[in-house]
Design a protein around this ligand. Structure first.
Ligand SMILES: [Zn+2]
Length: 462
């Protein structure tokens, strides 16, 4: 590693904090329908303008791609390395924050504020690594480009717009996830299914509601039952002895029961820790007498406790990416129509087309109308130049063994040909991304800048 650059960054930590503060003050949540002529709203556009102005001040060439994205060039020439960060943030209602979310505050050795960790702080760490290399005159064989996107959090078209004008450099990483390195992102297979449930005059299930987003294990599920009694429903639940969920039944009137199940929420990409209230509720409903075969079919396909698609036949795994995950995450029964959504993440050894065809067939055979559109997995070879170089940089700076990580979620580089995710989150560190009191410890902030600087030198230096 380069001690001169490490020292320069250490000496400029206060400037790095000040620059981050200048970006944090823009509440850059992407607006869906801005009326001011910017693609994502004034706040994120102002934030990009400010970032590019600061980089201009460091003597770097910058470019604004219509406020969809911007770029900062370390020097002249075609870049070999691209570093992709984003300036938009998720909403931060001030409730619960110890200090205002859009005013950077330093306390207990950490800087607090929305975007300090995701992803304004990391963008600043990269910018100062570039500035340090430039001001120290450390020689580079090829150029480096910082790409600042403005719609990562909403999965917007910022990078599509960028690519209308410029290609990604041949080597690419994003400081928008975890250290040591993420080079494997599973494919995704979101699906929606529908079937009719006859609404008879006898005992029947009139209404079901569970789940608010497709990518979470639902924590609550409820059903309105007509013509059953509450004890009957609770007894059915008791006989199933489903661990980790609780049922309650309350009478609405003489013939109407509201049956509610409480479970434990989790991200659908990591469902192991969750307890799916919806699949537990369906298991109980399936046991009740009555003409509701589609509900029984749904419960057979997605039984409680099965997060791997074992029952419906989708289960698969490979050595590099692990097991497929499958979570029934949303369901509604209203006016005799049952609709449900499932989140599925599949290993890199499968294609989106293959998995889409297979799952569509399974659901159609069970009597559901289906819409299902797979997203290809993303995989950069573990023995590639970029992965091996970044891992050795990480090891040199942390003294920890580097390793490749496979994830079920998608990072900012999921749709690129060649990108990997590299930091800024060190293992075991809780940065409260997207949460209350989002923060970046100052020692991690500095260390990440030193790591990014060294990565630039090793990938592009003489
Ligand atoms: Zn991010």
């Amino acid at each position: 590693m380069n001690e001169q650059l490490n020292q320069w960054l250490q000496d400029h930590l206060d400037d790095m904090i000040a620059t981050t503060a200048a970006l944090v003050k823009h509440n850059g949540v992407v607006e869906t329908a801005p009326t001011d002529g910017t693609p994502y709203g004034k706040a994120v556009a102002d934030c990009l303008d400010e970032a590019l102005r600061i980089a201009d001040g460091f003597g770097m060439k910058t470019k604004n791609f219509g406020h969809y994205a911007g770029t900062v060039e370390l020097q002249d020439g075609t870049p070999k390395l691209g570093i992709l960060a984003h300036l938009d943030v998720v909403p931060a209602p001030a409730d619960g924050w110890t200090s205002p979310p859009f005013e950077l505050t330093v306390r207990n050795g950490k800087m607090y504020g929305r975007g300090t960790a995701d992803d304004k702080g990391p963008a600043v760490a990269v910018l100062y690594a570039m500035r340090g290399i430039k001001e120290l005159g450390l020689p580079l064989k090829s150029n480096v480009r910082l790409i600042l996107g403005c719609a990562e959090e909403v999965g917007g078209d910022d990078m599509e717009q960028y690519q209308k004008h410029e290609a990604f450099p041949p080597l690419l990483f994003t400081p928008d996830a975890d250290f040591p390195i993420i080079n494997i992102e599973k494919g995704r297979l979101p699906s929606a299914m529908t079937a009719a449930v006859p609404q008879t005059t006898g005992a029947h299930i009139a209404h079901i509601l569970s789940g608010t987003v497709i990518n979470a294990v639902p924590a609550v599920a409820e059903a309105t039952l007509i013509g059953y009694n509450g004890n009957e429903a609770l007894q059915a639940a008791g006989e199933l002895s489903l661990e980790g969920v609780q049922f309650t039944a309350c009478s609405k009137d003489d013939s109407t029961i509201l049956l509610t199940c409480h479970g434990v929420p989790a991200h659908a990409a990591f469902p192991e820790g969750g307890r799916n209230a919806l699949t537990a509720l369906l298991a109980v409903l399936a046991k009740l007498p009555g003409d509701h075969e589609p509900i029984r079919a749904l419960s057979r396909l997605f039984p409680y406790g099965d997060n791997e698609g074992i029952a419906n036949g989708m289960a698969t795994a490979d050595e590099v990416s692990g097991k497929l995950t499958m979570v029934l995450s949303m369901c509604e029964l209203a006016n005799g129509t049952l609709t449900a959504k499932a989140d599925c993440r599949f290993p890199v050894s499968h294609t989106a087309a293959e998995m889409t065809a297979k799952f569509t067939g399974i659901l159609q055979n069970a009597g559901f109308a289906v819409s299902c559109n797979g997203v290809e997995p993303h995989y950069v070879e573990s023995d590639s130049e970029i992965v091996q170089t970044l891992l050795s940089v990480y090891e040199d700076h942390t003294g920890e063994p580097g390793r490749c990580i496979a994830i079920g979620g998608g990072t900012y580089v999921h749709d690129t040909e060649n990108g990997v995710a590299f930091g800024p989150n060190f293992e075991g560190e809780e940065l409260c991304l997207h949460g209350i009191d989002e923060n970046m410890p100052l020692d991690s902030f500095l260390k990440s800048a030193q790591i990014y600087g060294d990565a630039i030198l090793r990938l592009c230096g003489e």
